[in-house]
Ligand binder design. Structure first.
Ligand code: SF4
Length: 96
């Protein structure tokens, strides 16, 4: 009788281990996978954002003042923004 009482928790522990080990394994590797995926997407988004920002030509434009109050007298709202990409009034500094 006492042997059966001791055997029941051991079987329960074995059953719980049998169920929990694969679940914990999947959860742990899922967490690692999501972390790696988030790092990859963060780097990819950062590179894409930097690529777009490097297309803004204002820093090399002769009309760019470098003053934060009026960055460009021709397109003051578009200067140093994505709207300035392919600006028709862009002229390279030191060209003339
Ligand atoms: S003219 Fe166009 S490219 Fe030049 S500073 Fe103004 S917005 Fe930028």
């Amino acid at each position: 009788m006492a042997l059966q009482l001791m055997a029941l928790p051991r079987q329960l522990v074995t059953l719980v281990q049998f169920l929990l080990v694969p679940v914990c394994f999947a959860l742990a590797w899922g967490l690692v996978g999501m972390t790696v995926w988030n790092l990859i997407t963060a780097v990819r988004d950062g590179v894409n954002r930097a690529t777009v920002m490097h297309k803004i030509p204002c820093a090399d434009c002769r009309y760019f003042t470098g003053d934060h109050r009026l960055k460009c007298p021709i397109h003051p709202k578009a200067a140093l923004s994505e709207s300035a990409i392919d600006c028709v009034d862009y002229e390279q500094t030191g060209f003339i």
